[in-house]
Design a protein around this ligand. Structure first.
Ligand code: 5GP
Ligand code: ZN
Length: 141
């Protein structure tokens, strides 16, 4: 629990939310400023800023909950598809520094875009640069 974290306050019951699912470790509730009807956030109950701050067990709980809720949310919103995503860090648009996965119901002609639209202009990478970044990811550096 972090005192000045909105999502910790929701977990503590100090700020109301429209909870749609709860387990020992995970909470899911409607986004207060939804991008679509049924826009749902899935969070660990403990405070961690980024996805990569979660231990394997909690990451599995959060991702498993997202996976289970996607069809339920789509069905409730009568949506044929959804975008499921994390803004992981402020440069990626994360405003609330408590890990949360978004489930955004999507509709044909809803005016939105694919995940590919989030990062701006595509870099023109050489074969060498592609080999280099692949190597660095493989080696974890
Ligand atoms: P982010 O940009 O950090 O990935 O998304 C944060 C999300 O949290 C936003 O979509 C925003 O609408 C939602 N949000 C911010 N404050 C509250 C709140 O107090 N209650 C709920 N239910 N959602 C919130
Ligand atoms: Zn928090």
């Amino acid at each position: 629990m972090t005192d000045d974290c909105i999502f910790c306050s929701i977990v503590a019951g100090d700020i109301p939310s429209r909870t749609v699912y709860e387990s020992e470790d995970v909470l899911a509730f409607l986004d207060a400023n939804p991008l679509a009807p049924g826009h749902t956030l899935v969070i660990p109950k403990t405070h961690h800023e980024r996805l990569n701050d979660l231990g394997d067990g909690l990451a599995g709980e959060v991702l498993g909950t997202l996976n289970a809720l996607v069809p339920v949310v789509e069905n409730a919103a009568d949506a044929p598809a959804s975008t499921v995503a994390f803004n992981n860090g402020p440069e990626a648009g994360q405003e609330v520094p408590h890990v949360h996965g978004h489930i955004v119901p999507r509709f044909e002609d809803d005016g939105g875009g694919p995940i590919h639209a989030v990062a701006g202009a595509r870099p023109d990478l050489s074969e060498e640069e592609l080999d280099d970044i692949a190597e660095r990811i493989r080696n974890g550096n």
